[in-house]
Write a protein that binds this ligand. Sequence first.
Ligand SMILES: Cc1cc2nc3c(=O)[nH]c(=O)nc-3n(C[C@H](O)[C@H](O)[C@H](O)COP(=O)(O)O)c2cc1C
Length: 209
Amino acid sequence: MKIIVGVTGASGSIYGARFLEVLHEAYPEVESHLVVSRAGRRVLLHETDYDVRDLARWAGAVHSETDIGAEPASGSAGFDAMVIVPCSVKTLGLIASGTGDTLVGRAADVILKEGRRLVLVVREMPLSAIHLENMLKLSRLGVMILPASPGFYFYPKTMADLVDHVVGKTLNALGLEQNLFEKWRGQAPARPASSVLPEEGEGGAESVN
Ligand SMILES: Cc1cc2nc3c(=O)[nH]c(=O)nc-3n(C[C@H](O)[C@H](O)[C@H](O)COP(=O)(O)O)c2cc1C
């Protein structure tokens, strides 16, 4: 499998870093090509202890954002998929408008026209109608919009658990099996309501013991 990994200037650079680390450690069969946007570099330095050289160590190849002649810029290079993690709403808009004037935008445009898998780990809060419309437009074209919003139903203890939930979901979106979080095996049977709520006439919760 040959994939492009874009890291853009949305908050959550740690998702991109961890994704590349896991890909490097657990999926030697995946050839990864990394493109970090200018803003992506800036946010990475602001939010983490990593710089782009650290990310490059986990990638098979690294391309400059301005190198629109690099391998990911052409459909004939044969990439299977692209993931942008994290994906800013600026890059989201760029892709939705089909104006790939950077390597990240061009590569995503190519993936779309070639009918390959595109996964966008979008991060912004709140979202405007423009952002939502862009997401809907791309979703209808088969793009997977994977908001960087970890779940809490698996009882995360650390920030690393939360990061791994998003990264695990991203790996799944690319069709890669992962064990960063446990598969949901069905909820334990709920306790009967009567065991947690006071019966009518019993008063408030304080009086139950
Ligand atoms: C510290 C920091 C955090 C940011 N967080 C976000 C964010 O969460 N989502 C977002 O869409 N843009 C965010 N931005 C703004 C983007 O970096 C900016 O729109 C940039 O132009 C995106 O360019 P790119 O998509 O080419 O990386 C942030 C910027 C900075 C400096």
